[in-house]
Design a protein around this ligand. Structure first.
Ligand code: NAD
Ligand code: IPM
Ligand code: MN
Length: 342
């Protein structure tokens, strides 16, 4: 029996997760769902802790996890998302954030003359260290002389294992993105690991870009990218940019992976979208494609391919939500995809 821990979260999270779970049900893969509905901002506001050690253990006992989104305008400290999403990424050592983008339908491209199939890349984002490590402090807090420090952690092991994954999944190229022209220590470490990996994979074409140029080239020449491997912060930013190239933030899927244990926490790249929460307007495609990535990595490659092509067919026929040029609600868009599944 395969158990999926489901964390609907906040805002549009429960709305899009409902469509993802209904789609998984349709596939008949014998999955059972352990739903952790209480992991949300209401619980955080009431008790100060949204995700307990028991919850983490429950998630660890499952075969994979599927999350909607966490975040709520009533919560103004980073403690909440750090205590849920970043805690899971760090404690379960989900060191790869795999964020693939391919253009869903030609009419969705924000670029000139781009054809479906040409944009097809993966942002491999470091997910267990970097600027998100939570190390730092504030001197002379709340005074005009305040100095705030957040240390960016880069480890040889962390960078090396990420590069291993990037080279493993490369089809035509690996592009490493850093800022080693300006950031001395982390830059040197990434360059050292990069040189070692290139030496170990002489058959894989490679490219190095500074992050500013990478942002520019992702817009100017998106079809030239295959795998983009980078640190936690740059990966966060570039994956939202790439999401727009693929059709919009409502379509971008991701997996927080530990390639060694095989465990993954799958989630849309987007957040809880408080501006449209509760309106049945949110695009469920990113959540459904995240579920497809999950079942693919659980060994159901055919089911994943069927979901992806059902999504593409529904979107091309404009049987989708307004952000993709359709006029369907979240629930109708989910049903349209399931209808295409047959
Ligand atoms: P967001 O992704 O929630 O929203 C950005 C914009 O995209 C909004 O206009 C929103 O309406 C739109 N959008 C997002 N998802 C959509 C969908 N499925 N369909 C249609 N439109 C969609 O980003 P934000 O506004 O910066 O963040 C809102 C909250 O979500 C914050 O609390 C943030 O911390 C949190 N967040 C959580 C995650 C996560 O849980 N993985 C990711 C990003 C942001
Ligand atoms: C994402 C989100 C998170 C991140 C936030 C909510 C902490 O933006 O998953 O991309 O920065 O990793
Ligand atoms: Mn992000």
């Amino acid at each position: 029996m395969t158990v999926i821990a489901v964390l609907p979260g906040d805002g549009i999270g429960p709305e899009v997760i409902q469509e993802a779970v209904r789609t998984l049900d349709e596939l008949d893969l014998g999955l059972t769902f352990d739903v952790l509905e209480h992991v949300n901002a209401d619980t955080f506001l009431a008790s100060g802790t949204a995700l307990t050690a028991d919850d983490v253990a429950r998630i660890q006992r499952s075969d994979a996890a599927l999350l909607g989104a966490v975040g709520d305008p009533r919560v103004t400290t980073p403690d909440y998302v750090r205590g849920v999403l970043l805690r899971l990424r760090f404690e379960l050592d989900l060191y790869v954030n795999h964020r693939a983008v391919s253009l869903l339908a030609d009419h969705l491209s924000p670029l000139k003359d781009t054809k479906r199939g040409a944009i097809d890349c993966v942002v491999v984002r470091e997910n267990s260290e970097g600027l998100y490590a939570g190390i730092g402090g504030s001197l002379r807090q709340s005074t005009p002389q305040e100095v705030a420090l957040d240390v960016e952690v880069n480890t040889y092991t962390g960078v090396s294992r990420l590069l291993d994954y990037a080279f493993d999944i490369a089809r035509s190229e690996v592009c490493m993105v850093d800022k080693s022209n300006a950031v001395p220590n982390g830059g040197r470490l990434w360059q050292r690991c990069w040189a070692e990996h290139r030496g170990r994979h002489p058959g894989t074409p490679t490219r190095h870009l500074y992050v500013d140029a990478a942002a520019m080239l992702l817009v100017a020449d998106p079809a030239s990218f295959d795998v983009i491997v980078t640190n936690n912060s740059y990966g966060d930013i570039l994956s939202d940019l790439a999401a727009e190239l693929g059709g919009g933030i409502g379509t971008a899927a991701s997996g927080n992976l530990n390639p060694t244990t095989g465990f993954g926490l799958y989630e849309p790249v987007h957040g809880s979208a408080p501006d449209i929460a509760g309106l049945n307007r949110a695009n469920p495609v990113a959540a459904i494609l995240s579920a497809a990535l999950m079942v693919e990595r659980l060994g159901h490659g055919d089911a994943a391919a069927a979901v992806r092509s059902a999504v593409a067919r529904a979107v091309i026929q404009r049987r989708c939500t307004p952000d993709l040029g359709g006029s369907l609600t979240t629930t109708e868009a989910g049903a349209a995809i399931r209808a295409e599944l047959g």
